[in-house]
Design a protein around this ligand. Structure first.
Ligand code: PEP
Ligand code: MN
Length: 363
């Protein structure tokens, strides 16, 4: 059964000054000087929160695993010295306790922890009775239920300042992105929890600095509330994630260049025109649905005909022909190949389901 979670909007979090709410700082805290210098430079930009990794969940052993203990103190002090609240990733109950003791202001749960309900529950139990903002990254695999479950566990522990962080999903195939964005997943999460603040982490989606501006703007246009960006005063010498860390000055520039659009307006002319355009869209959507229903009736007829003649449902040459001809036609009328492929796959899956029912006389 679903948990009735309630969330405090970002604008009421003590650390949020304006949209976008930007959390920036190094992937890892590497030295007292590094975190102080990065924090000092970030405090000259519109960044709201200083981040830093202390316990680094690296993919392989024998790489830099974070400094632990002392570095946690440096992070909290660098935040205080530069006037920025500090945030750290926690993965165990002990991390939560140490962070609270060090005076860290915000916590986040990393992608490798969100995948494990054991880990999330341990963190939730450690947070019971504590009032601190907690941000929850998506699990590394594209599993919306796990993400929802982690948010519910933290919410059941009594935390109300919760935000989700979208950092992309890992995939086996080599890709333009380090972690593919699959934007539909965070958008579905927002549909499930309409009040949940949403933050995008373009650094871990991109894996390199070049896609960060484009991803950040896209997140703003999809109505995300904020960004988490990795920043280092000397990225070339960073001990982890060096290809994706921006300098604090570059973070400032990035924020200055973002176009922040409104979710709604009272402008009557705009609303009127939008309403009419949407009416046209509605009409077309219903026509598409009618056409799909007509297509489905033909699919049924063909299913019966195949059954009478003892012919298989799936015929590879026909499927190959559909994909090829529809993609070619799509290109002619300027519909992207991606959309055509998604569309024909959904239609084909439904046709197979309909004909399977007919072959087996199921209702
Ligand atoms: C991080 O933010 O430094 C981090 C480890 O990210 P993720 O959990 O998204 O991999
Ligand atoms: Mn990192």
């Amino acid at each position: 059964m679903s948990v009735q979670a309630s969330f405090i909007p970002l604008s009421k979090w003590p650390s949020c000054h304006h949209k976008p709410f930007v959390i920036a700082g190094p992937c890892s805290v590497e030295s007292e000087e590094q975190i102080h210098e990065t924090a000092r430079l970030l405090s000259q930009t519109p960044v709201s929160v200083l981040r830093g990794g202390i316990w680094k969940p690296r993919t392989r052993p024998n790489t830099f695993n974070g400094l632990g203990g002392d570095a946690l103190k440096w992070l909290a002090e660098a935040g205080r010295a530069s006037g920025l609240p500090s945030a750290v990733e926690v993965a165990t109950a002990e991390h939560v306790e140490q962070s609270l003791e060090a005076g860290i202001d915000l916590l986040w749960i990393g992608a490798r922890s969100t995948v494990s309900p054991f880990v999330v529950q341990e963190i939730a139990d450690a947070l019971r009775g504590v009032d601190i903002p907690v941000m929850i990254k998506n699990p590394i695999n594209p599993d919306l239920e796990l993400w929802i479950g982690a948010i519910e566990r933290i919410s059941l522990a009594g935390i109300r300042q919760i935000a989700a962080i979208h950092r992309g999903f890992s995939s086996y195939e080599k890709n333009t992105y380090r972690n593919v964005p699959n934007w539909n997943i965070p958008l579905e999460l927002k549909r499930h929890f309409p009040e949940l603040p949403m933050i995008c982490d373009p650094s871990h989606i991109s894996g390199s600095i070049d896609l960060i501006p484009h991803l950040s703007q896209k997140a703003m246009d999809l109505n995300f509330d904020g960004l988490m960006i990795e920043a280092h005063h000397d990225p070339a010498h960073a001990l982890s994630d060096k290809d994706q860390q921006l300098t604090p000055a570059a973070v400032g520039q990035l924020i200055a260049q973002l176009v922040i659009r409104n979710l709604s307006t009272d402008d009557a002319d705009f609303l009127d025109k939008l309403k009419n355009l949407r009416k046209d869209i509605d009409k077309i959507d219903y026509e598409i649905l009618e056409l799909l229903a007509s297509r489905s009736r033909l699919v049924e007829e063909i299913g019966l005909y195949k059954k009478e003649n003892n012919i298989t449902i799936f015929q590879p040459e026909r499927w190959a022909e559909i994909v090829q001809t529809r993609s070619r036609y799509g290109a002619e009328i300027h519909i992207s190949e991606e959309m055509i492929l998604d569309l024909v796959k959904i239609i084909h899956r439904e046709s197979i389901a309909v004909q399977t029912r007919i072959m087996n006389d199921e209702k």
